[in-house]
Ligand binder design. Structure first.
Ligand code: ATP
Length: 194
């Protein structure tokens, strides 16, 4: 079944896309980008709306049959806990008759940093029923051990971050090659991050 790659994606950038392509290739699955509705750890100023973040993702994944956008969190109550989102997704797919590429469960992708917080997750005890957890990390990274982590995938990482993109836009600097061209054009057309 599909792998889920959650994040703020404010905006999506080449670092995300390189990771997702590597995971799609290693696991032989489709990757669904799952934009978070809330951005609890980020300042409210100079950020895109959830709809804008989802639109930029749609532009970024266009043309790649291994990629899709999963906007379910945008219609769920806040705060968006991952286990709650997964439960809603699994219920929806069952109603739809087991779509999402068939097979059994979702694969939840986590970066090594996010995997550190796994024990503190809301209703983490329900996670094994909902998804397999796969951690992605740069070669040589320290991976936390947790009984829920079923696999670790080494991925190439580039030193690009969404905050770096936002800072560059605010400073009037180029983000060419940091984000796909269509995303760069969207940011300019909507005056984001200035
Ligand atoms: P910000 O700079 O605003 O904190 P970000 O670039 O980390 O944002 P997120 O949307 O928060 O973007 O990222 C979602 C996930 O993508 C994170 O769990 C993170 O591990 C991973 N990620 C982000 N940037 C990279 C990168 N350059 N290489 C590999 N993984 C990345």
């Amino acid at each position: 079944m599909d792998a889920l790659f959650g994040g703020s994606f404010d905006p999506v950038h080449v670092g995300h896309l390189i990771v997702a392509e590597a995971v799609a290739e290693a696991l032989g699955v489709r990757v669904r980008f799952l934009p978070a509705r809330e951005q609890p750890f980020k300042g409210a100023a100079h950020v895109a709306t959830p709809e804008q973040r989802a639109e930029m993702l749609a532009l970024a994944v266009a043309g790649n049959p291994r990629f899709a956008v999963e906007p379910i969190e945008l219609g769920l109550p806040v705060p968006s806990y991952t286990v709650r989102t997964l439960r809603a997704l699994v219920e929806r797919e069952m109603e739809e008759g087991g779509g999402g590429g068939g097979g059994n469960r979702f694969t939840l992708l986590l970066g090594a940093d996010a995997a550190q917080d796994l024990p503190q997750w809301y209703e983490v005890e329900s996670l094994p029923r909902l998804a397999d957890v796969v951690v992605f990390a740069r070669p040589g990274a320290t991976i936390p051990t947790h009984r829920l982590i079923t696999r670790v995938i080494e991925v190439p990482t580039v030193d690009v971050s969404a905050s770096g993109v936002r800072t560059r836009v605010a400073a009037g600097r180029s983000i060419r090659y940091w984000v796909p061209d269509a995303v760069r054009e969207y940011i300019a057309a909507h005056g984001l991050y200035r």
